[in-house]
Design a protein around this ligand. Sequence first.
Ligand SMILES: Cc1ncc(COP(=O)(O)O)c(C=O)c1O
Length: 417
Amino acid sequence: MARVRSTLAGRLKGSSQDAGRKIDFKENLMKIARRVSDLPPYLFVEISRKIAEKRARGEEVISFGIGDPDMPTPENVIKRLCQAARDPANHRYPETEGLPEFRRAVAAWYQRRFGVSLDPEKEVLPLIGSKEGIGHIAWCYLDPGEVALVPDPAYPVYAISTGLAGGEAHYMPLTAQHNFLPDLDAIPEAVARKAKLLWINYPNNPTSATADKSFFEKVVDFAKKYDIGVCHDGPYTEVAFDGYKPVSFLEAEGAKEVGVEFHSLSKSYNMTGWRIGMVVGNAEMVGALKIFKSNLDSGVPQAIQYAAIEALSGPQDVIQKNNETYQRRRDLIMETLEDMGLKAMAPKASLYIWARVPKGYTSDGFASNLLEQCGVVVTPGTGYGQQGEGYIRISLTITDAALVKGLNKLATWQCVR
Ligand SMILES: Cc1ncc(COP(=O)(O)O)c(C=O)c1O
């Protein structure tokens, strides 16, 4: 026993030959790989740092930054989660492909919500939050130097995962003139021929633009012509206002032949903290991601999958309640923006208002100005890409009490240009 202990001690210090010799850890620290050291700080990490700095100085800060629902997960979902957590069968490793019941619940939800039929065996895969699958699909399809078509501005993970996998992003500008839809005809023929993946996201983060079925059908035609895999990211299809019902990419004729849709329980059911989402659609693409994930992670904890089944299959009134709250907040924020002289379109869907900054300001400059003058955090549009210059993003996921404070603070803003 003593011999085992001393060998272990040696191994912990270094190799058994090193036992007793003090190791200078600084000298031995390895250089971080360029793929990590070259990464910019993740947008919201940087914003959280600024907020923490101000709060540490005793200043009050109201954040319209991240899109993280402030309302709680519905009680029936929590109850199912607690029940499942007590079952020892759920204390063991889950399967990568997830519980058959989870996959069936997703397929049934897609059928009810969008009229889209999915094979739960081959066309549905659970994800540890959709961000995880979005980050990993690039690794399944992009060899070094290969191209993904990525919108600008966009959720940052599309471009970052492309780069991490060694691929190259070709940016598709989303402009107001084009209703924040990519102009597929503007993509140079040579680039389209080289591209392997195409990212789209509607209702859109950060611009809040929406797309209809005819746009998705154009995307399908384009993808077929150039043999490109489409990745539609649709976590906001359930967050919509004024009676508007967003469509799924998979509703477009032929969509399943060319692509997948990433979806999530995060925003629809106030479940960002539980980390569960799904990828659905093209069986080959879903299968490729399953192979990749089975080598890297061990799936979604089963208790969380049971909670998700309850969310998808149980009462759906949380969605309408959320949307009424967000719509009321949207209207209050729009009024304040108008009083400030800022231009923005009232969003039909998503959790965001995409507002133009006043003349003479940059996105960063204006966001910093609001933080310094009013103690209010908004996200500079450039955090989502170069085309975000001239805009800020304002999130609706702020408690009513903080919203009132935040709007009162914004009402004191004075243009200093
Ligand atoms: C466009 C978009 N896609 C994906 C996600 C990730 O959602 P989750 O990983 O919580 O499913 C987000 C989160 O904000 C998002 O805005």
